[in-house]
Design a protein around this ligand. Structure first.
Ligand code: SAM
Length: 462
């Protein structure tokens, strides 16, 4: 594979290209590098940058300089896939790297090494039919947008932060890409099992000595029982992924075996809807009636996200009778025949009089007190607030989780005060914020426990 790098500072690549695995890949003829220095393309003392138009400080690389660098590069080394690095580009991850490698690099064949596998603009190399990628590394404030429109096949970001130039992003991209090219890394299987290759992070790895700083390698790892080691590794990988990068796991459409394994490390969740200890219109604390739609819909949502129990907390006798009639039907043979799925969901409903019953029920079932996460349309500075990306913080405590929802105008202060955490309010992009409780339960359960497949498509810039 032929890699051209257009840059202000080719010297930044000297150590990168001439060390370790990349140097060996060059020697093996798997990869060759061409470096083009922008300033070599303009007459002496002519600047390669100019100020941004409009108000505000900053310099951009001149469009003509980049255009010339691309033209010279393509003339010498053939057409190639042009990549611009920009914090505004598509964010790099292992999936994107793999797709890029498959699409643009896999017809790479080992070729005999040349005496000078690192070419510079002054070399007299012939055109080549090897896959060719051209990396454009900007500096200063970046690149004129029109140049990106005209020439970028891909715009790639290496993360949500801003660096001083595209050279570290280019090296980062190459480190990730080249190890996917067969022959570059010693054992290809070690690449295939890496973190982010599938839904899981890599399993914990160990080397000698057996005991180090008081911590021993788990016996199973050194047992010699390959089957047991594989099972243990998968379990540990699931645990690590769920507790450290649930955001990644939930995006990956994990197979059932991984879901089953991952669930072992997610504590049981419970939902309570409060029809008592709530704020009513006018600010008094009181009770509300139950709505049959809420009972149906929340039961089905809770079942979908595998919530253990859905508690309806309501001390009002007449309301309890309504719930009782409803449950009686769904528990009956008639109800089960009528709609097995609905009946199944309803089995998880627990009507109770007050919150203390909920807490006692969970503690008895689990042998541990639950962590209480309350929900509200408002912010409360006094309660530790948590967002929808912090499941790991909660799950690492290995306690069951109770999510509490209010009716009326929301949960009474006496309930909020019992919170271990308050979830950030669910909000749209306007001031209206009056979700029904069943909608709030659906949104919050999905954000907290739902799979959120992301296709991670390598998107061309044009
Ligand atoms: C100072 S940055 C320009 C940032 C640009 N003004 C912005 O806010 O999007 C200069 C150059 O560094 C490179 N760069 C900086 N951060 C990057 C990142 N996160 N990913 C890829 N390239 C980056 C790009 O080539 C960029 O054009």
């Amino acid at each position: 594979m032929n890699i051209s790098i257009l840059t202000v500072f080719p010297e930044l690549y000297e150590a990168f290209i001439s060390s370790s695995i990349i140097a060996r890949s060059v020697e093996k003829g798997l990869v060759s590098f061409n470096l083009v220095r922008f300033s070599d393309l303009v007459p002496p003392k002519v600047r390669i940058d100019s100020p941004t138009c409009g108000h505000g400080a900053g310099m951009l690389l001149k469009p003509d300089v980049i255009e010339k660098a691309l033209a010279v590069c393509q003339e010498k080394w053939g057409n190639g896939t042009v990549i611009f690095f920009s914090p505004q580009g598509i964010k790099l991850n292992q999936r994107i790297l793999k797709q890029f490698a498959q699409k643009h690099c896999f017809n790479t064949v080992a070729e005999p090494a040349t005496d000078n596998a690192i070419n510079t603009i002054n070399s007299t190399d012939q055109q080549t039919t090897k896959p060719h990628i051209i990396l454009v590394c900007a500096r200063y404030e970046g690149i004129d947008t029109r140049v990106e429109h005209a020439y970028a096949d891909y715009m790639i970001s290496v993360g949500d932060y801003v660096l001083m130039g595209g050279d570290i992003p280019a090296q980062l991209f190459l480190e990730g890409l080249l190890r996917l090219i067969p022959g570059v890394v010693g054992k290809q299987e070690s690449v295939e099992d890496d973190s982010f290759s599938g839904p899981l992070l890599d399993y914990p790895e160990y080397t000698h000595p057996i005991e180090w700083h008081g911590e021993k390698i788990p016996d199973i790892v050194t047992s010699g029982n390959h089957g047991a080691v594989t099972t243990w590794r998968t379990e540990q990988a699931c645990k690590k992924t769920v507790l450290q990068r649930f955001d990644w796991f939930r995006q990956q459409q994990p197979e059932k075996k991984y879901l089953t394994c991952a669930k072992k490390f997610i504590p049981n969740h419970y939902v309570a809807i409060m029809h008592t200890q709530i704020v009513l219109k006018g600010g008094t604390i009181g009770q509300s009636s139950v709505a049959s739609l809420d009972i149906h819909d929340v039961a089905r949502t809770a079942r979908t996200y595998d919530v253990e129990n859905f508690f309806i907390v309501c001390p009002l006798r007449d309301q309890q009778q309504i719930i009782g009639t409803f449950l009686e039907f769904w528990y009956s043979d008639k109800g089960q025949e009528y709609n097995k799925g609905r009946s199944d969901a309803v089995q998880r409903i627990q009507p109770v009089n007050e919150l203390t019953e909920v807490l006692a029920f969970i503690e008895e079932k689990e042998g541990k007190k639950p962590l209480i996460i309350t929900t509200s349309a408002r912010h409360y500075d006094q309660i530790p607030t948590i967002d929808y990306y912090s499941q790991s913080e909660v799950w690492q405590q290995e306690r069951p989780v109770l999510l509490i929802f209010g009716t009326g105008q929301g949960l009474a202060p006496e309930v909020l005060e019992q919170s271990d955490y308050l979830l950030l309010p669910v909000q749209g992009m306007c001031d209206y914020n009056h979700l029904s409780v069943r909608s709030a339960v659906s949104i919050i359960l999905d954000r907290w426990l739902g799979l959120q497949p992301k296709l991670n498509k390598l998107k061309p810039a044009k």
